[in-house]
Design a protein around this ligand. Structure first.
Ligand code: NHR
Ligand code: GAR
Length: 223
């Protein structure tokens, strides 16, 4: 635990699966590199490994199973109430797999980030690695963006590119992309915590300057 008394950004992390991005945030917070406090981890799926990671780190967990709700609207209303109980400064989608209603995205506008495994605006939606392979792309990657009502359409903060290598299958490509995820998500959240990264009038700004549509560019220095 960092011992400084500097105010920490309160973060609620939403997951649906293995939680490797969550782990990168836990590690960053524990090493003192990332000035955040993870106030809670919420999963829409019971029994996922990400919940185990959170509990092992001593973080409060909650499961809100979407299957128990009659509509997206009622699920999202309950999810909002659950999140707001922890009064987060930032909501982080880390492999969260439910599309969110406009009411939900409006409520957290400018204070909710997602990590999407493609070079947005390419390959919005699901199964991005296979789709990048099928399209014969020479490069693929991952984007951290602010969440808006438009699915995977909010302003980009950081994007990392990786090469597609001969003989890659979707699993190999996903692994290469995920190594970059675990670098750029903590970095984007650090910039947000420091006040360097903000969303203003629908655009992402870094240190007061408009970022390009693809966000701050990072080229992976490994194959
Ligand atoms: N909601 C909004 N309004 N805007 C975004 O940018 C969002 C969002 C919700 C999730 C993550 C996203 C991704 O990075 C995300 C961004 C799930 C689906 C999906 O089709 C699509 C995109 C993303 C997450 N989900 C199915 C659904 O019906 C369920 C799939 C499943 O449960 O496996 O919600 O890719
Ligand atoms: C990550 O690769 C993330 O980019 C992707 O799911 C994985 C979650 O991994 N997100 C989406 O596809 C969102 N629709 P994790 O649970 O190990 O962090």
């Amino acid at each position: 635990m960092p011992t400084s008394s500097r105010p920490q950004l309160r973060v609620v992390v939403l997951i649906s699966g293995s939680g490797s991005n969550l782990q990168a945030l836990i590690d960053g917070a524990n090493s003192g590199e990332l000035p955040i406090e993870i106030a809670a981890v919420i999963s829409n799926r019971p029994d996922v490994f990400g919940l185990t990671r959170a509990k092992d780190a001593g973080i409060v967990t909650q499961v809100l199973d979407h299957k128990g709700f009659a509509s997206r609207e009622t699920f999202d209303a309950a999810l909002m109430q659950t999140i707001d109980h922890y009064q987060p400064d930032l909501v982080v989608l880390a492999g969260f797999m439910r599309i969110l209603t406009p009411e939900f995205t409006r409520h957290y506008l400018g204070r909710m980030l997602n990590i999407h495994p493609s070079l947005l605006p390419k390959f919005q939606g699901l199964h991005t690695h296979q789709r990048a392979l099928d399209a014969g792309e020479s490069h693929h990657g991952v984007t951290v963006h602010f969440v808006t009502a438009e699915l995977d359409g909010g302003p980009a903060a950081i994007q990392a590119r990786v090469p597609v290598l001969p003989g890659d299958d979707a699993t190999q490509l996903a692994k290469r992309v995920q190594r970059q995820e675990h670098i750029i998500y903590p970095l984007a959240i650090k910039w947000f915590a420091q006040g360097h990264l903000v969303m203003h009038e629908g655009k992402a700004l870094l240190n007061g300057e408009l970022l390009p549509a693809s966000g701050y560019q990072i080229e992976a220095n490994e194959p």
